[in-house]
Write a protein that binds this ligand. Structure first.
Ligand code: GDG
Length: 490
């Protein structure tokens, strides 16, 4: 079985560069081919960029990430006043590293094997090779004593590879997706290498306490290490070191989104959406990447049965489902799309009338303003993943509901469920329970809806993405004093 090859220490530079280095699988910009044959970069705004941009500017930071295609490697460049380093992947690496090991091995494995993970040794080899290149780029960009923040499951070997080259930097890692229970994680043929890769960091952040606890258990079981509270003691050439693993639930730019939702043009658009839907009493909404973890089929099944039973449906209620295109070259995603589209067609075929459609299915991506208008137009938001690290959509809906109306139906299997006590919690596998909860949410009294929404809005406002980044970075730079895997998060 191939293990992680030794790094080429000779290539590690002492680093004249940046005091803050973000390493993520993707750049915060997308490459755009211009009509004249040139290339430009368009910002791809996301929560992570919003959170890290101020820190990047203040610390003179740099962001290392993949450009998102198999075109030429961009290397260092500047866009929007940010220093970026674009990494290139060959067509084979896109297939074996990105579509293969990341999206067809780790993604399903870390989401409780909802789809069967595939284990291929050549995919693992591509994962090791790409992680090594990212680690080398980070080693080259980091100034002496810099803080390096590595993101997500695509780059789990980078902490160790970087530490082997640059013992002087502080290394943080944040896992955006769940970390599975050991019985599931143990299936991974390279489980020991992955745990050791992560343990190159000083601080490991997870979405929920349960994820941090699962990781600490993997340290004991896969590597035989001892853990105490939230810390793991690891050996190394420089003597023993303590690594802390704790929960830091990610969030959104709540104030920014709330402001968008207050704009007159966005509110007008929300009214228009309700009009074109036929002014139903209740608009139900789902917004997801088209991914099998998101529970879209379970949601459709529940809604379809409610229609069959006459408990919900047009003209009183309609469902709008945005399913934004995702990972379309991976087989499991193509199959899911077919199944979702077949299910939607069946429901509409059986229940639609001319001028009245029970499910409005939108396989498209929309600008932020249109998303905010949809959130404003929806009386009940359906967030029913089978497993989800956090789920930002739930928080976005809450942030947009400035008038404190609206109800959130939320799966227990999301990180957000740990925080949003005002939601109607559901087990999406329990179709009867899901149906009853949807009906309950549609019938909630305005006073109860307001009470629930107010508590969720307070949480999302006070724990926004800036708070998340600040808490993580303060913990990373401060002394390691963890006792409880959830201690730093709340
Ligand atoms: C991973 C973890 C964790 C979706 N369609 C459109 C659009 N979106 C935006 C949503 C939201 C984001 O994409 C999706 O975030 P989620 O959290 O729901 O899910 P993942 O993509 O799976 O993200 C997840 C997250 O990382 C952060 O750590 O919460 O658990 O799986 O912001 O609004 N945005 C626009 N148009 C669309 O059509 N503009």
């Amino acid at each position: 079985m191939p293990s992680i090859p030794e790094p080429d220490v000779a290539t590690a530079e002492s680093g004249a560069g940046h005091d803050f280095v973000v390493v993520a699988s993707r750049l915060p910009v997308d490459r755009v081919e211009e009509p004249d044959g040139g290339t430009s970069w368009r910002p791809s705004p996301g929560g992570l960029v919003t959170a890290l941009e101020p820190v990047m500017r203040e610390a003179g930071g740099v962001w290392i990430g993949w450009s998102g295609d198999d075109g030429p490697e961009p290397g260092p460049f500047e866009a929007n006043g940010l220093d970026l380093v674009g990494m290139g992947l060959s067509a084979e690496e896109v297939r074996d590293f990105y579509e293969g090991f990341c999206n067809a091995t780790l993604w399903p494995l870390y989401h409780d094997v909802i789809a069967p993970p595939q284990f291929h040794r050549h995919w693992w080899e591509a994962y090791v090779a790409v992680n090594r290149r990212f680690a080398q780029a980070a080693a080259q960009q980091a100034a002496r004593g810099a803080t390096v923040w590595i993101h997500d499951y695509q780059l789990q070997l980078v902490p160790q590879m970087l530490r082997q080259q640059r013992g002087d930097v502080r290394i943080g890692f944040f896992n955006h997706i769940p970390f599975p229970g050991y019985e599931i994680f143990a299936q991974l043929p390279w489980r020991r290498q992955v745990v050791e890769g992560l343990l190159g960091a000083d601080l490991l952040g997870f979405q929920r306490r349960a994820d941090a606890t699962n990781f600490l258990r993997a340290c004991r079981r896969a590597v035989g290490l001892t853990t105490k509270g939230s810390t793991v003691r690891v050996g190394g050439p420089g003597g023993p070191r303590d690594v802390q693993a704790a929960a830091f639930p990610i969030s959104i730019d709540s104030a920014g989104l709330s402001e968008i939702a207050q704009r007159e043009d966005v509110r007008k658009r929300a009214r228009e959406i309700r009009e074109v839907l036929g002014q139903p009493e209740i608009v139900l909404l789902g917004v997801d990447r088209l991914d099998y973890t998101k529970g879209i089929l379970h949601r459709l099944k529940a809604y379809g049965e409610l229609l069959n039973e006459g408990r919900l449906g047009p003209p009183q209620a309609v469902l709008v489902q945005v399913a934004s295109p995702s990972r379309e070259r991976v087989e499991a995603y193509r199959e899911l799309r077919d199944e979702v589209e077949l299910t939607v067609s069946r429901i509409n075929g059986e229940h639609a009338e001319v001028g009245s459609t029970p499910v409005h299915y939108l396989h498209q991506s929309y600008p932020r303003e249109e998303m905010a208008a949809l959130y404003l137009a929806a009386d009940v938001m359906l967030v029913t993943p089978l497993r989800d690290g956090m789920n930002l959509v739930a928080k976005e809906y809450v942030a947009c509901r400035n008038d404190e109306s609206g109800a959130l139906v939320l799966s227990e299997f999301t990180g957000a469920a740990d925080e949003l006590g005002g939601a109607f919690l559901v087990n999406p596998h329990d179709i009867e329970g899901l149906k009853d909860t949807i009906v309950r949410a549609t019938a909630v009294s305005p006073a109860e809806a307001r009470r629930r929404m107010r508590s969720m809005r307070r949480r999302v406002r006070e724990h926004d993405v800036a708070h998340w980044a600040q808490t993580f970075l303060t913990t990373l730079d401060g002394p390691t004093v963890g006792t409880d895997p959830g201690a730093t998060a709340y």
